[in-house]
Design a protein around this ligand. Structure first.
Ligand SMILES: NC(=O)c1ccc[n+]([C@@H]2O[C@H](COP(=O)([O-])OP(=O)(O)OC[C@H]3O[C@@H](n4cnc5c(N)ncnc54)[C@H](OP(=O)(O)O)[C@@H]3O)[C@@H](O)[C@H]2O)c1
Length: 247
């Protein structure tokens, strides 16, 4: 039976991906900063493990506790939306620490075991902001675009050891905890000088033409893991698929 380790499984896309793999017979190591009961099905194939992707000791402990990992899904992520000039460098660093360096650190932690077995798949979850630039999201976009470039290069070198590396690019979903989790970071990031510019952008966010559901992301991760072709990009959700176009 195969084992998938998913980061950021406490809510949103990660929670749904954990359920999706479990329902299809996988062993799931559902990691989150504060594991709690009731989130995921109680099952001997579902293990909740504490993991903060910004903490090296926490990563080492979680990977050791997980045992052999067939698939790593780097899903944990945080956002910041607002005028870049008003965004503190502390917030920019926090976003990169989780989205970019957290992903890189997780990858380094699993490569040795996957290389030794000459098998494994790494799926990095980015965002549709890498498909089309979005205003007022420069720091977040930078953190996810860095992951895209990193993942593309990595796919070549790990391919030499039969480790598959894939990207899932979800679109926008207002029902995950993403906005709530970033709310404090985003306080005051639209100064008066940006208010007229920002208003129609936020109005458009409130009436998206197409959206992503958590299940779309879980399905895209599943396809990325099971697809036997060289496909590298897996846009997830109607909005992301439309933005990716015929790429
Ligand atoms: N929602 C969207 O519109 C959207 C669009 C495109 C891409 N994405 C991406 O999709 C992924 C999942 O987002 P979501 O929408 O499902 O948001 P979410 O509901 O806020 O889930 C994010 C997950 O990341 C975890 N996390 C945050 N910081 C962490 C850390 N330092 N270590 C470990 N886990 C951490 C959170 O856990 P805690 O319980 O510990 O906070 C939570 O489980 C993210 O990478 C996000 O950038 C989201």
């Amino acid at each position: 039976m195969k084992t998938v380790l998913i980061t950021g499984s406490s809510s949103g896309y990660g929670l749904e991906t954990a359920r999706y793999f479990h329902d299809r017979g996988w062993n799931v190591v559902a990691t989150m900063r504060r594991p709690g009961p009731g989130l995921l099905p109680a099952s001997d194939r579902m293990r909740l493990v504490a993991l903060d992707v910004t903490n090296a000791d926490s990563i080492a402990r979680a990977v050791a506790e997980a045992g052999p990992i067939d698939v790593l899904v780097n899903n944990a992520g945080i956002g910041v939306v607002g005028a870049f000039e008003a965004t503190s460098m502390q917030s920019v660093r926090e976003v990169f620490e989780t989205n970019t360096f957290g992903t890189m650190a997780m990858v380094q932690a699993v490569i040795p075991q996957m290389r030794a077995r000459r098998a494994g798949t790494i799926v990095n979850v980015t965002s549709s902001v890498t498909l089309a630039s979005m205003p007022l999201a420069a720091a977040y976009t930078g953190s996810k675009t860095a992951v895209e470039g990193f993942t593309g290069s990595l796919a070549h070198e790990l391919g030499a050891f039969d480790i598959r590396v894939k990207l899932v690019e979800p679109g926008y979903c207002p029902t995950t905890r993403f906005a709530e989790n970033g709310a404090e970071r985003m306080n005051g990031l639209i100064p008066d000088t940006y208010a007229d510019y920002a208003r129609p952008i936020f109005e458009a966010f409130a009436r998206p033409q197409a959206m992503t559901q958590p299940q779309d992301v879980a399905e895209a991760v599943w396809r990325a893991v099971h697809d036997g072709s060289d496909q590298f990009h897996f846009p997830a959700g109607a909005d992301a698929v439309a933005l990716a176009g015929p790429r």
